[in-house]
Design a protein around this ligand. Structure first.
Ligand code: IPE
Ligand code: IPE
Ligand code: MG
Length: 246
């Protein structure tokens, strides 16, 4: 059997916290609380198996439409988790980043996030990016706005705008596209996550709810990814031929 391929970049839509809590007859926030443990385990394993980038969808721009008490609890949980986890992230050489419209967050949340980002900024191991108040359409709209302004100011030639130029203005600038996107809970949609970056990602949709996502589930996803043939528009025969040449 050929060796297992480890993706350089894994992105995860962590879904199913509410249903997990409901199954136990508990409040949704209890599910979010238990979701933090799954985040911790996933970060650790990704570091161990040599994933370079892990991007976690933690809160979408559309999630602001949730009931006020759930949003409040999520914000408190986020602050609590950052305070609690930063020392371990630092110890494990993890660099924390965020993508999303952070300007919509309360100041106490952004303050704590920025502190954690600063503390871990020199770390050279796993790059952990939290997508917070993130929307891919928002991100692309912002990029278009910036490019249009630059074109008006004569700093960009409209004819020179191509994929590489657009990539430079996305919040994920400089990161490789995710080879693998996982969404837990059995839902099979992107919910406005990495629409541009996921153009050629492999998708994996386990039925497991996010708080139950464990090492074995991540390894199953990586194994499945390993067996997929990524063709990027070419034929299977071409890919076989290219493999022989390596
Ligand atoms: C994902 O779990 C976490 C967030 C969106 C913040 P959900 O809260 O969406 O859980 P379900 O989908 O209702 O089960
Ligand atoms: C997507 O989950 C966002 C996150 C996991 C953070 P949702 O639960 O908000 O997505 P929809 O509304 O079911 O598509
Ligand atoms: Mg959900």
């Amino acid at each position: 059997m050929s060796e297992i391929k480890i993706p350089k970049h894994i992105a995860i839509i962590m879904d199913g916290n509410g249903r997990w809590a409901k199954k136990l007859g508990l409040n949704r926030i209890f599910g979010h609380r238990n979701g933090v443990a799954a985040v911790r385990e996933t970060v650790e394993i990704c570091g161990e198996i040599g994933v370079k980038y892990l991007t976690l969808y933690a809160f979408s721009l559309e999630n602001w439409h949730r009931p006020e008490d759930e949003i409040k609890s999520l914000m408190s949980l986020l602050i609590e988790a950052i305070i609690k986890e930063t020392p371990d992230l630092n110890k494990n050489n993890v660099q924390l980043r965020t993508i999303g419209d952070l300007s919509s967050f309360p100041e106490n949340v952004t303050d704590k996030l920025n502190q954690a980002i600063k503390i871990t900024s020199k770390n050279s191991g796993l790059i952990l990016t939290l997508a917070l108040s993130y929307s891919s359409r928002w991100e692309i709209s912002e990029a278009v706005k910036t490019i249009a302004k630059k074109a008006l100011a004569g700093e960009i030639e409209p004819e020179s705008i191509n994929e590489n130029v657009i990539e430079q203005y996305l919040t994920t600038h400089g990161m490789p596209d995710p080879e693998l996107i996982i969404r837990t809970s059995g839902e099979q949609r992107l919910s406005n996550f990495l629409l541009w970056q996921g153009a050629y990602s492999e998708f994996y949709f386990p039925d497991v709810l996010w708080p139950d996502f464990k090492k074995k589930d991540l390894m199953k996803a990586v194994n499945e990814y390993s067996q997929r043939e990524r063709r990027f528009g070419k034929t299977g025969e071409q890919i076989e031929q290219e493999k022989k040449l390596i």
